[in-house]
Design a protein around this ligand. Sequence first.
Ligand SMILES: *[C@@H]1O[C@H](CO)[C@@H](O)[C@H](O)[C@H]1NC(C)=O
Ligand SMILES: *[C@@H]1O[C@H](CO)[C@@H](O)[C@H](O)[C@H]1NC(C)=O
Ligand SMILES: [Ca+2]
Ligand SMILES: [Ca+2]
Length: 280
Amino acid sequence: MKCYLLLLGLTISILCVNFSEAKHKRKKYRGEIIKPIKEELKVEEESLDPVEEEIFIDPCANKHCSPGQVCKLTENGQPFCTCIEECSFETDPRRKVCSNLNTTWNSDCALYQMRCWCKYRDQKCQELPEDTQEQYRHMHINYYGECKFLEECTEGQMADFPRRMRDWLFNVMQDMADRDELSPYYLKMEREAQTNLTKRWTNAVIWKWCDLDSSHNRAVSRHELFPIRAPLVALEHCIAPFLDGCDSNNDHEITLNEWVKCMEIEEEEIEAHCEDIRDE
Ligand SMILES: *[C@@H]1O[C@H](CO)[C@@H](O)[C@H](O)[C@H]1NC(C)=O
Ligand SMILES: *[C@@H]1O[C@H](CO)[C@@H](O)[C@H](O)[C@H]1NC(C)=O
Ligand SMILES: [Ca+2]
Ligand SMILES: [Ca+2]
């Protein structure tokens, strides 16, 4: 009996030691980031523990770094962007990208990593010829896949292209509706396109323009065209010259009117409301 009690006591004391050790560790870990708040909370109420977990804010969480860069912390906890050290090893040829300089890279990460190295004059870029270094500083993805010989878009193909583009946009919109990926607002436009033939192309074309204008400034920039350009250039040799031609006044932005004209939609007045700016 005595022996049993002793064992029990021993077990309890071991548990206690373990517990306080664990507690101590947690305190130490979080204490570095939220020390002042932590002390206050501790004095006031122990039961605030679960809330405390949420107070921890990663300084990198709100730091935006451009592609090829990652956020790191300085010694005193300040976030900064730096070139990504290692890109994951890619064996899938579909991950390859072709740059605007017609050079193939294993992945978008590898391309942007090199751009970063050149931008910040890293040793890994300094080894390259001078003019290459300068070019790499502005390198971007032209299309997905290995660089290849792109056939020229003939006049006849170009003439037929707006029709194919409209068709394609309508199909994409339909697919997204089927997969429940359209907001109720655009779903309504899709339904209308299904039932009213005169709305078919118009609605699909307007939807895509709204979708591409991610900055919501009612203009689609070159950068904003990327999601439809990059995956298609290697497959559709007319898309690059076609999209370039959409910006008819060459101000590097495509307005809705330019877009609609480019798709050869004949309508006197386009009444377009994108979801975010509709005034209902
Ligand atoms: C780009 O590179 C590919 C593959 O090396 C080559 O076949 C093609 O002709 C190049 N295109 C241009 C425009 O130089
Ligand atoms: C189809 O759309 C056109 C153009 O907006 C409109 O004038 C017409 O009334 C619509 N037709 C139907 C059946 O809703
Ligand atoms: Ca925009
Ligand atoms: Ca323009």
